[in-house]
Design a protein around this ligand. Structure first.
Ligand code: SF4
Length: 232
């Protein structure tokens, strides 16, 4: 939300801010976020304050080891760290083509920019799928949701029932944008609320094993009446 407010107030995001957004997005991949948030300053030191040249020149294994030491790794971090140098080159090329990365990330709606960054093509970032691309965009202040597992499960037909079955990433992202428009708020805020409602070490209400007795949505929710399984 801070990044979103900064961008709304006209703050420019430098290339190192974009690298920070990308790295934090990669580190969030399929793991608990709280340890990453708690170690954010340490992570900034590990990545030299997100100095592009120093990150590019560093042996990826050093990043892997440093992240393991503070327990902020994930299952694909060797591939992620090995892709950083190429991803920095791609980001610099995009910046040169559009005038800046800020202009690129603002050149279309978040879902279309996330598609460019995550699908095969000239702007594809390695190890970045659609959801992580949206996370990166949010980290640099673009008003968007991140349709991760928690959010998609809560919105699914098995739970709050915004969809008949299990929503795709893009379906969930479009829904959050629509909810934000109707409620005249920021999609990033809607996403944060939904995510905190679910995530471990945060609200922890509608997680893998939901605590429905604590939930204000229980009377409107399909769970467990639907008999559906809230997974892809
Ligand atoms: S009632 Fe249970 S399953 Fe439904 S939204 Fe609340 S916590 Fe999740």
């Amino acid at each position: 939300m801070h990044a979103s407010e900064d961008r709304a107030q006209g703050k420019p995001f430098a290339l190192r801010d974009h690298l920070r957004g990308l790295v934090l997005s990669l580190l969030s991949n399929q793991r608990r976020w709280e340890p990453i948030a708690r170690n954010r300053q340490q992570i900034e030191v590990i990545f030299y304050g997100y100095d592009l040249d120093r990150v590019r020149a560093t042996d990826p294994q050093l990043f892997v080891s440093a992240l393991q030491q503070i327990r902020c790794g994930n299952r694909v971090m060797v591939k992620q760290m090995s892709s950083l140098a190429e991803n920095i080159r791609t980001m610099e090329r995009i910046a040169s083509e559009y005038g800046s990365l800020d202009k690129f990330v603002e050149s279309g709606d978040p879902n279309s920019i996330a598609s460019k960054l995550s699908r095969p093509g000239a702007y594809k970032l390695r190890q970045v799928g659609f959801t992580l691309a949206l996370e990166y965009l949010r980290n640099v202040g673009i008003r968007a949701g991140k349709p991760d597992l928690h959010v998609r499960r809560a919105l699914s037909g098995a739970r709050l029932g915004y969809f008949g079955g299990y929503p795709s990433e893009i379906d969930a992202s479009v829904l959050m944008t629509n909810i934000a428009r109707v409620s005249e708020t920021n999609p990033t805020y809607v996403d944060n609320l939904l995510w905190m409602f679910c995530a471990k070490n945060y609200g922890e209400i509608c997680g893998a094993e939901p605590r429905c007795s604590l939930c204000g949505f229980a009377s409107a929710c399909n769970f467990p009446r639907s008999g559906l399984v809230a997974t892809p």
